[in-house]
Write a protein that binds this ligand. Sequence first.
Ligand code: HEM
Length: 423
Amino acid sequence: MAYKEDYNPTNPGVKWFNDRLPILNTVYRYVGAGCYEPRNLNYWWNFGSLAGFMLVVQILTGIVLVMHYTPHVDYAFRSVEHIMRDVNYGWLLRYIHANGASMFFVVVYVHILRGMYYGSYKSPREVLWFLGIIIYLLMMATGFMGYVLPWGQMSFWGATVITNLFSAFDFIPVIGDDIVNFLWGGFSVDNPTLNRFFSLHYLLPFVIAGVVILHIWALHIPGSNNPLGIEVKGPADRIPFYPYYVVKDGLGLAVFIMFFALFVFYMPNILGHPDNYIEADPMVTPAHIVPEWYYLPFYAILRAIPDKLLGVVAMFASILILFALPWLDGSKVRSATFRPVTKFLFWLFVVNGIFLGYLGGKSPDDIILHVGDGGISALIFAQVSTVYYFGYFLVLLPFVSRTETTKPLPTSIAQAVLDKKKG
Ligand code: HEM
């Protein structure tokens, strides 16, 4: 159980208020001096608060953008240009929001991988992990629908390609044939599609905020895991959130904002696609339809499998498999620090994921490795990488986690910290 203390205000006015609505008590127990966390959390533990920061940034900038945006196929593209050119600081709001989506995904990917490396999904944090995956799925849906709103060429064609994937389920009796038309609200991606995507894109971030509250609640039942993956045993193992982690999160936030600003002010369009500055035209298909970078690994998995239905199933399975992770990993030791083979396989998984992302941005028949007159295509590499992606979860991790000889664990967090200090 996480260790917490209650707020005991000395000021009579504050005490009066807190006795009637203990909101200050909640703040004190969750992010204040009454909340105790393991003393050895490293900078990878900053990414949860950074994700929270990005959610707030996206909601605030989004609300102001909506004041000037028009969700109609005849006006959407021009209303975005109007924001960029005529609205005071509209360009800044839009660039923060568009690059903010990418930053949000960067932060959340690090956050997820941190959890995988240190075994934070293992008992007793499974529900916390599930809530995280639900947030991630909601983020994917929100990002996808947001990209449609500027009604550029990539908006339109991206929406067309992705919604069409659902036609793979047309074998389902009765509803099968209608799924895609139902998503579109008509017989092609058109105004009703733009309208419903707009409505959901506005709604989902608030749903995410609700799930984040559950996520934090679930976190505070057992308390944070830590880089050693061992339990907090006593007062020597923990420190109060305020001031220690408030300051540490603050430093991380300052550095992160500089990184974010680099994109917003110096290369605001580098993560976007130039075709999205051309208004959507259903009569002109772009040469290459590519989704945003954060979907590319999954896009590569989709295209690695020649069969449409199997490709779609594999793509969804590649994310849903995360739900099974607490059981696929059978090790008694949480942290990969003490699991040398798992550690190696994990880093290979990360490199493989980045490679899949690279392949997702290529055409399947692009030659990636030239050999003589021919070579190996992106498709072949994507197939091999997809096998490793699933092999990691379904074969390697279950086997290695149950058979690996782990390194000896420290007796306590305090002991490990003091030993490290002594060198
Ligand atoms: C809007 C998105 C998210 C927000 C705002 C958020 C917020 C947080 C915060 C503030 C923490 C505590 C600080 C930390 O450990 O970094 C945390 C912990 C955690 N989160 Fe998230 N999170 C988000 C998404 C996710 C996702 C997508 C996953 C996994 C699929 C996830 C899994 C976890 C886990 C396992 C922990 C516990 C880490 C530990 O104690 O070792 N979170 N989250």
